[in-house]
Structures are given as structure tokens and as C-alpha cells.
Write a protein that binds this ligand. Structure first.
Ligand code: DON
Length: 572
């Protein structure tokens, strides 16, 4: 039940509507296709995701007695249908879990390099990376982890114990269709040329010029989902669908084999946990860089009195940017799949090390990054995050992706789903930036069976042994810094979830040596001030799409869906 009596909700609702109306890029004549809720408080359970149909699926599963993991599985499969730009069965992701008693766990269902992959596979004769090959078409595809991951989560934590029920909303949306939002129609049309370039067979996404409200029906995907529903992971990694994937690989220059598919395994991993001003923060370990980088940034700012700084003053941005610069420099050298490379985790998050790392920090100016030759990170919001809390207080924070928007752009034609381009997250050549401008080294070089380094940072925060916040976001390299800000906004600046999510964001990633500020919400004098301190500050469109749930002191849950797109919160 929505608590209308709560004055503070009225305030945040006005705050949200005010920002939404000035920030949204939705033309005013377009009527909304769905009723979308950006902020709500309720007392039992909540789900926040990138699409209202997926939020509804998670909501309904919990209404029917499912727990947060049941809901998460259902949301993941539903997003594969109704949010094809990033939702997936042809990609991978990470799940961070905290049960109501405070026990935590993480699931790594990240893609793996195929057995035939090798370190120089994307280099030309001169030894230069060919971005086209790691970013589009068959060779860009890592072995998908999503279906194995969802089944692993189901086996360990499902309360409903009814796999078919969890996939049913996705099958329904694929078979009977769902209405595209205006944004979805626009993005699908915009990508037509790329779809045409990388697909030889007709695909549903280019079957017409799309408009908001059009029904997208995906019969082939429905058949694939039914096979997964009936046979579990074998319905994807073996049999008909595996044949279809391998056939597509052969047609499109890919190297994934039946053996690669059969050998895929999702892995449970010990979370990265760290203390920040009396809060326990739980996040994703390698092959994500997210948890370690988050621990580093928090560890580096902890010795400064953030609370006393004016929010979004030049002092605030300067301090955080300098911590981010140092964390991303460490990321480039030290981080990769810890099953293949000895990542010095405890050293990197050691408080004394982080204090030392800031020993040359100057409150007045920056020395910059030594080398500014790296390429610019591309703007992309096409991963997706969802946050869920169930009636018992179990929480799931989950980020999943195809990497770029619509991944490799390649559809398994007979099976109706998109394949990822996650291989670009490896370091194709030490010191050369990937599509997010990120630099890597030996730690993240391509090796058969290895998982590519990620920035995805699904995160849960607890205080005094109780759940406080569940959050995460898409955004490539900007994921880490967006999650940092959402959490810091709550801990350091006492914000509601809604304020924390909807506030403007900024980002620094060491290389390129640029401090990016969101276009809407910051004054241009701030850019001038920061540049006088030695930064290279500039505006960029949007950073991240954070989905958050905050557990309030009275036991209620506050959900906040990012105003930057069609994201939606549902609860009861
Ligand atoms: O795992 C990673 O860090 C990237 N593949 C995530 C890509 C992403 O977030 C794209 N855009 N939002």
C-alpha cells in the first residue's frame, strides 16, 4: 500500500517530477505507452528494473510467494524479451545476494572466452587492435552465461521451486508480444544499418520501421525459451539451441563450439565486503573490477570530511575524481579474472594502502594522469540492472549485459536472440583502450576459458546488521563511479533513494584524463573552476541508470527508478 500520508514522499515525488520534466528527452507530444512509477514507498516487497513488464513479472512472482531470487530469475528472462538492447539469454552478468539474516553470496555468470580464443586474436598484421572484430559480429561473442547462471541461482535459493513458472512471463511476452516504448522504437530503428550489416538472415528487429506502442512479437525466442523452460540449461547449452548457436557462429565468423557451450559454468564467489563509515558494503569480486574499485574509492575518500563539503561543489568533485583516477589506474594494471591471474585483492583494498595512495592528493589542484593519449569512452547505457527486496527482507542486486547496445548485433537467426560482444571487455592489446576507453594489461589478456574483466557493480549496503540499500546501474566504466555516488549520496549526504538516484552524476576513469559531468544539473562555472584546478572537465549527456531500493527505519522500502529512461518500480 502506498503511504500517501508520508509528507516526505510527497516532497520526493515533486522533486522527481520536477527533474523528470526538465531532463527527459521524450518529445512532449508522445503519450506514454506504460504507466511508469519512478518512486514509491511500500511495506513488503519491491522490484526496480529497466522495463515495466519486467518489474511487473518480478512483482507478480513475489506476490505468488516467490522470494527475491525467484523474482530475479523471472526479471532476467523477461528482460531478455522486452528489453533486447541489454536484457539477454545470450550474455551474462553478476548477482549479489544478501538474505534476511545477513548471509551474503555472489554469483558470477559472466561470459567465457571460447577455447579457440587467443591473446592476439583481434590484432592486425602490425599488431594494432581491430575494434570492429571485438565489437561486432560472430568473433566478438563470449560463451553466454545467463541460462546457466539463472539455473544455479534457482537450484540454490528458489523458494517456489518452479522453474517453468519463473520463465512463463517471458514466454508470454515473446509469444503474444509487448508494446515498445518510444525510446525502444527509436533505438531499434537507429540500429537498423548495424543489424543489416551483421545478420545474413531476416531478424525481427528490422522487420519494419518501429513506433512507440507497436507490438514486438518474437515467436522464435518464445520457442527457445520453451526449450529452456522444459529442459533447464540443457535446453540452451545442448540440443537444438546449441546447434543453432554453433551454426550461427559458422555463418558469422565466430569460434564458439558445442564443447564451449557444454563446458560453461556459473560460479558462486565470495563477495568483496568493506566498511565505510560504519556501513558494511557488499559487492562483486573479480572477474568484476566493481567491488574492488568501489572499496578503493570509498577507502580513499574516507579520510576526508565529505559530509562537511557542499554537495557538488568543486571540492567535492575534485576529491572524488582524484580517488577515481587512482582506482582506475590500479584497475588497468592489477585486475582480471582471478581464476587466471593472481589479483592482489587484499592489498588493493587495504586501508593503509589507500591512505598512502592519496598521500599526494592536493586539495587545491590535480597533477592529472601521466599519459592522456587514450581514446574517449563512448556513451552507452546498454547494460541493465535490477534491484529486488522480498517480503522476508532477502535482497538481490543484479546487473546483466550483452556489453554494447544489442551486443554484437548478431542474432542467432533460428533461435531469435541476440549474442553479446563481451570479448571487447578483454584487453586486446596492453595499454590500448577498449570501447569504454578502458586500458588493460596482462591481468586481463585473452585466454581460453577466461572471463573478461567487468565494471558491473551490483551492490548491497547494510548498517548495524540490517539491510540499508540495494543498487546498481549500467554504463560501462561509469558503472563504478555511478554506484559510488548513489551509495555516497545516501551515506554521506543523507539522501533518500530517490534523491540519490536522480541527482546529476560525474565520472573520472584515469584515462582518458577527462572529468565528465552530466549535461543537466551542473552549472558551467563548475567546469571552469575544475579546469582551473588542472582538470579536463567537460559535459556529457547522461551517466548511468541507477535502480535502488532503500530500507527505511520504520521497515518500509523506498524504490527509486532512474528518470534517465523507461525504468520502473513496482512494489506491494
Ligand atoms: O562488464 C562490463 O563492464 C561491460 N560489459 C558493461 C557494459 C555496459 O555497461 C554498457 N553500457 N551501459
Amino acid at each position: 500500500m502506498f503511504k500517501n500520508s508520508n509528507i516526505y514522499i510527497a516532497i520526493i515525488a515533486i522533486f522527481t517530477i520536477a527533474i523528470y520534466s526538465c531532463r527527459t528527452d521524450k518529445p512532449s507530444e508522445q503519450l506514454p505507452i506504460y504507466e511508469i512509477t519512478k518512486t514509491m514507498v511500500d511495506d513488503s516487497a519491491m522490484v526496480v528494473s529497466a522495463h515495466p513488464i519486467a518489474s511487473q513479472a518480478g512483482h507478480d512472482i513475489m506476490r505468488d510467494g516467490g522470494n527475491a531470487v525467484d523474482a530475479a530469475i523471472s526479471v532476467q528472462f523477461t528482460l531478455a524479451v522486452c528489453y533486447p538492447i541489454a536484457g539477454n539469454i545470450g550474455g551474462g552478468g553478476f548477482l549479489v545476494y544478501r538474505d534476511a539474516d545477513g548471509t551474503t553470496n555472489t554469483l558470477d555468470y559472466r561470459e567465457m572466452a571460447p577455447a579457440a580464443a587467443f591473446d592476439n586474436m583481434y590484432l592486425d598484421e602490425k599488431g594494432d587492435p581491430i575494434a570492429e572484430k571485438s565489437q561486432n559480429g560472430g568473433l566478438a561473442v563470449g560463451v553466454p552465461g545467463t541460462v546457466a547462471g539463472m539455473y544455479a541461482a534457482f537450484e540454490k535459493y528458489s523458494k517456489l521451486k518452479d522453474w517453468k513458472k519463473l520463465i512463463a512471463p517471458a514466454i508470454d511476452a515473446a509469444e503474444n508480444g509487448f508494446k515498445l516504448t518510444h525510446r525502444q522504437a527509436m533505438l531499434m530503428n537507429k540500429n537498423k544499418a548495424k543489424f543489416d550489416k551483421y545478420n545474413t538472415d531476416p531478424i525481427v528487429f528490422t522487420s519494419r520501421e518501429w513506433r512507440g506502442g507497436d507490438l514486438l512479437v518474437q515467436p522464435k525466442l518464445a520457442t527457445t525459451l520453451k526449450l529452456i523452460s522444459e529442459n533447464g540449461p540443457k535446453g540452451f547449452y545442448e540440443g537444438i539451441v546449441a546447434d543453432q548457436i554453433v551454426n550461427q557462429m559458422k555463418k558469422s565468423g565466430g569460434i564458439i563450439t558445442h564443447a564451449d557451450l557444454k563446458n560453461y559454468t556459473a560460479k558462486w564467489r565470495k563477495p568483496i565486503t568493506f566498511d565505510y563509515r560504519g556501513h558494511n558494503i557488499i559487492s562483486m569480486p573479480p572477474p568484476s573490477s566493481g567491488g574492488i574499485a568501489l572499496a578503493q574509492i570509498f577507502g580513499m575518500v574516507e579520510n576526508y570530511d565529505l559530509k562537511s563539503m557542499v554537495y557538488h561543489s568543486k571540492e567535492h568533485l575534485h576529491l572524488v575524481a582524484e580517488a577515481e583516477r587512482r582506482a582506475f589506474a590500479d584497475r588497468a594494471t592489477h585486475l582480471g579474472d582471478s581464476d587466471f591471474y593472481n589479483v592482489p585483492i587484499s592489498g588493493l583494498v587495504d586501508k593503509a594502502y589507500l591512505e598512502e595512495r592519496m598521500s599526494d592528493f592536493d586539495l587545491e589542484k590535480t597533477e592529472g594522469s601521466e599519459n592522456t593519449e587514450a581514446g574517449d569512452a563512448k556513451e552507452s547505457l546498454e547494460t541493465t540492472h535490477f534491484s529486488i527486496v522480498d517480503v522476508e527482507g532477502n535482497a538481490v542486486s543484479m546487473t546483466t549485459t550483452l556489453n554494447g547496445g544489442y551486443g554484437s548485433k548478431l542474432v542467432v537467426a533460428e533461435a531469435g536472440f541476440l549474442l553479446n560482444n563481451e570479448m571487447d571487455d578483454f584487453s586486446a592489446k596492453p595499454g590500448t583502450p577498449n570501447m569504454f576507453g578502458l586500458i588493460g594489461a596482462e591481468a586481463n589478456k585473452i585466454e581460453p576459458g577466461k572471463r573478461m574483466l567487468s565494471s558491473m557493480t551490483p551492490t548491497i549496503v547494510e548498517k548495524d546488521g540490517k539491510l540499508l540499500l540495494v543498487c546498481g546501474t549500467p554504463g560501462g566504466s561509469t558503472i563504478i563511479t555511478s554506484v559510488f555516488q548513489a551509495v555516497s549520496n545516501v551515506i554521506d549526504f543523507d539522501m533518500t533513494a530517490t534523491e540519490a538516484v536522480q541527482s546529476p552524476r560525474f565520472h573520472h576513469q584515469w584515462l582518458p584524463d577527462v572529468l565528465i559531468l552530466e549535461e543537466v544539473g551542473f552549472d558551467s562555472t563548475l567546469i571552469t573552476d575544475l579546469n582551473e584546478m588542472g582538470h579536463h572537465a567537460k559535459f556529457r549527456g547522461k551517466l548511468g541508470k541507477v535502480e535502488a531500493i532503500k530500507a527505511l527505519a520504520n521497515g518500509d522500502l523506498e524504490g527509486a527508478a532512474d528518470i534517465r529512461a523507461d525504468d520502473d518500480v513496482k512494489g506491494f
